[in-house]
Design a protein around this ligand. Structure first.
Ligand SMILES: C[S@@+](CC[C@H](N)C(=O)[O-])C[C@H]1O[C@@H](n2cnc3c(N)ncnc32)[C@H](O)[C@@H]1O
Length: 261
């Protein structure tokens, strides 16, 4: 199997996301609910303008869409899954400035013109390189010249750091080194996938990005990267029942703000 383009495990296709819709909150990690410092909301408030238009690309069930509707005059909410879009539509019922579009970012021409602000949270996570590159092209092309992109993606550095903390925890519990390392190796996935920053989350191969990888990718798509910061989460988002002593740097996603040249 060519693991650069298709990975073993579930594919993040439309059927997958529709099925997730049956129990979205327990299956999908919510950046909105776990961003306790309100970093994403802060950027939206800072860059928002009632005279401007925003797009929530891969809006899911609309966790961020209402925040955009509050800050911008018009919002396009787009998702691959009709089932998730329906839930987003219900969640955003109080707002009358949102249009919903079912679209595959990786395959179809986008149904609307580029906008002033694009939000794309944990969408560029598909394992297939072709699909991910097409989606990145579509996402960046959707930002107007001078407009902003706010991108959130799982961090490869955080993924490796979390495994270090897991091994350290096992050693403290009395395991020997071999046992501790074995305990931290995922049940699925491969070295080849890991080399690309792809690791299973709940059995689903998920792309993580390095900070420098994001810089290079975005610069290659006519974007100036203005900031890359850590969006940190508590340890119980990574481990069941983490011990009280587990402090120190917390796990994180990368939060990037970029501007189209
Ligand atoms: C992890 S969820 C994040 C949802 C939302 N951005 C949030 O943070 O709450 C990923 C979303 O991306 C959507 N998605 C995945 N691939 C897509 C594609 N090719 N085109 C459009 N949406 C896609 C999925 O349907 C899903 O709703």
């Amino acid at each position: 199997m060519d693991e650069t383009n298709s990975m073993p495990g579930k594919d993040m296709d439309r059927a997958y996301w529709d099925a997730v819709g049956d129990d979205y909150d327990s299956e999908i990690f919510s950046v909105r609910d776990n961003d306790t410092a309100g970093l994403v909301a802060g950027h939206i408030a800072r860059l928002g303008d009632p005279a401007h238009t925003a797009a929530d690309l891969g809006c899911g069930v609309g966790k961020f869409t209402s925040l955009l509707a509050e800050a911008f005059g018009r919002v396009h909410a787009c998702d691959l899954s009709p089932k998730l879009l329906e839930q987003a539509r219900r969640a955003c019922r109080p707002w009358n400035n949102i249009d919903f579009f079912q679209t595959d970012l990786g395959r179809e021409a986008h149904p609307v013109d580029p906008v002033d602000f694009v939000l794309c949270v944990n969408v560029l996570i598909m394992a297939g390189l072709d699909a991910r590159m097409s989606a990145l092209r579509a996402v960046t092309a959707q930002v107007k010249q001078g407009g902003h992109l706010l991108l959130v993606t799982p961090s490869t550095e955080s993924m490796l750091y979390t495994q270090f903390r897991r091994i350290d925890w096992c050693l403290r519990e009395g395991m020997n080194c071999d046992e501790a390392i074995r305990d931290s190796v995922p049940a699925h996935g491969s070295v080849r996938a890991l080399h690309q920053g792809i690791r299973p989350i709940e059995g689903v191969p998920t792309k993580h990005h390095l900070k420098e990888e994001l810089l290079v990718l975005l610069r290659g798509h006519e974007m100036d990267v203005l900031s890359i910061e850590k969006l940190t989460y508590p340890w119980d988002t990574e481990f069941d029942d983490p011990p009280a002593w587990m402090e120190g740097p917390q796990p994180w996603d990368w939060l990037v703000v970029a501007q189209r040249k």
